[in-house]
Design a protein around this ligand. Sequence first.
Ligand SMILES: Nc1ncnc2c1ncn2[C@@H]1O[C@H](COP(=O)(O)OP(=O)(O)OP(=O)(O)O)[C@@H](O)[C@H]1O
Length: 588
Amino acid sequence: MNKRLLHEIRHIHIYLAATALFAATMGLLIIVQARLLTRAIDGVFLKGQALAQVVSLLSMLVGVVIGRAILIWSNSVVAAHAATTVKSSLRQRLFAHIQALGPVALSKERSGELTTTLVEGVEALDAFFSQMLPQVCATLLIPCIIGLVVFLTDALSGLILLITTPILLLFMFLIGTLAETHTKKQWGLLSSMSAHFLDVLQGLTTLKMFGRSHRQQETIARISDHFRKTTMSVLRVAFLSSLVLELGATLSTALVAVEIGLRLLYNQIPFSVAFFVLLLAPDFYLPLRTLGTKFHASMNSAASAKRIYELLDTPVASLSASEVAYPEGQPMPTVRFQNVSYTYQDQAGDERQALRDVSLILEQGQTIALVGASGAGKSTLAHLLLRFIEPQQGTIVVGTRPLETIPVQVWRRQIAWIPQRPYLSHGSIAENIRIGCTTATMEQIIRAAQQAHLHEFIQSLPCSYDTQIGERGVRLSGGQIQRLALARVFLKDAPLLILDEATAHLDEESEQVVLKSLQTFLKNRTTLIIAHRLHTLREVDRVVMLEEGRVVADGPHERLMAQSPAYQRMASAYQRKEAIWKLPSGVC
Ligand SMILES: Nc1ncnc2c1ncn2[C@@H]1O[C@H](COP(=O)(O)OP(=O)(O)OP(=O)(O)O)[C@@H](O)[C@H]1O
């Protein structure tokens, strides 16, 4: 069992203490029940007592049975509470850790596998905390209490119980080790199957277009079959374990019965003692047998716990920050990249240098376009500014202060970012715009939507700003999503903007109107635009061109066109690309 999982007990020690108390009481009630039954049967059959003489014993017996039922119910309620407490604490920690890791660190993970860990993985821990742990308590306490009483009543029978228990425990350990290997394999396959399903769902359009959906069906069928075989082997081990434990417990009980029977035959033991011990022997082995069943039920917990703690142990890039406050609500000072380098390490451990010795200046209030071929390092540079990653060499200086000395949350409040694919959350349009500023009033939201030229469209919707977006709500076009992301930026009112060609999905007419609002908004703000089109380059103050992670050109568009052959090549490539895109409308 995962040791880290046992550390979670610190969150539920009160529940665990209650479980232990219930188990001890249960042990005592079992003894009282056996004693009462022995006395009643001994009285009626051997001493010839009438029913009226044992009625008080029988009513006490009913009381004990009711008491045991109440204990079982209370135990399951407490166990369910304990499991819910641990699961919710783990979920919160996992979510906080994933947020701290950020998008770059998580890009190595498969989203489907991550979702399985977060949802089913945490849920799988339920069996450990609500079944296995209470059963461990019961197994530690009930056999000890019963064993002690049996030993004190009849030493020989007590000795048999003492000798047979370690043998049963040894069997359990051996089968448990075998089961663990199979269950880990099964869990790994389940996660990879989920990841594969999600990949297929996300890429369904592409797969259909290229006629590859059949191949995916075959792959899924192969993984499912593998999963079926592994599940069967897990079940085989579970059945084997039950068989061995049941057989072991039955043989041990039979051993006690034979030994007692023989001694009864030769009058070496009184009936009341023999019957009392015989009644207790099955109850002595019962917790051990149940532990075997619960152990298998909670095997998934161990497998999922391994993955959960792996995720929690993924180191978060240290974001050191001084206690010196950063002045908010001011224009962005000049930002300088000084000899910054960054190298990614993929899952196979291979290194990919994305930025090499980059030095560039984002002057206060300037609009700078960042250009370069795919893979040149543009997004990496934006991620460094957003502090999803930290420079491995060199520094970024804001005014006179190194960026790493500014608290990360404070710094991110200074930046508005529009990525290539803006995020839409489930909720209303108003809630989605409010992501830009959680305290914004409805008037501010409407003003931001007007600036982004989205207000008329929103008003045409059945529930206006309360219209739901997403699976059960309205679906937005690429251009409308970009305008919504722009509305968030207008609302956030940050002094530094990073736009990944924010108007790329708009038609020419809407683009012109949005650009007008944007131009007024960009005044006195520092803006970095990852540009994909030529006319953007003509309108910005400066263009910085990256090639294989190096700055190869930096200056106004006209100057670079005159002086930099690399930039000229790239500009004509952009021109050709735009001409091809415009072709259909020209043809019409
Ligand atoms: N998470 C990552 N793990 C490993 N390598 C990465 C990762 N992200 C980017 N890279 C690599 O770093 C290099 C720079 O990537 P980056 O995304 O910064 O380029 P880009 O200029 O933004 O490209 P594009 O225009 O296609 O988005 C590329 O070689 C890319 O393969």
